[in-house]
Design a protein around this ligand. Structure first.
Ligand SMILES: [Cu+2]
Length: 82
């Protein structure tokens, strides 16, 4: 019984990891789309969003999907997209 719970927990962890693997490119696209629409941001905000977008992509490529989603999430919040 205990073993099956651990197996299920491991499967959920693996599955959530792969969800993030797809999540990052989707978030990057949302940011790119929002940036293409000339968002009303200050130069400082725009620079920050672009940096977070680049950092998010680098983290994604490094396999750090949770950190990537978190970083991209900050940019999305500034851009007011979900
Ligand atoms: Cu990712």
């Amino acid at each position: 019984m205990k073993i099956s719970i651990i197996t299920v927990a491991a499967a959920v962890l693996i599955a959530s990891g792969s969800v993030f693997a797809f999540h990052c490119p989707a978030d990057m696209k949302k940011i790119d789309d929002a940036l293409a629409k000339n968002p009303k941001l200050t130069d400082a905000q725009l620079a920050e969003v672009k940096k977070q977008r680049a950092d998010g992509e680098a983290l994604h490529k490094a396999g750090k999907h949770q950190e990537s989603v978190d970083t991209l999430g900050k940019a999305m919040k500034t851009l007011n997209v979900q």
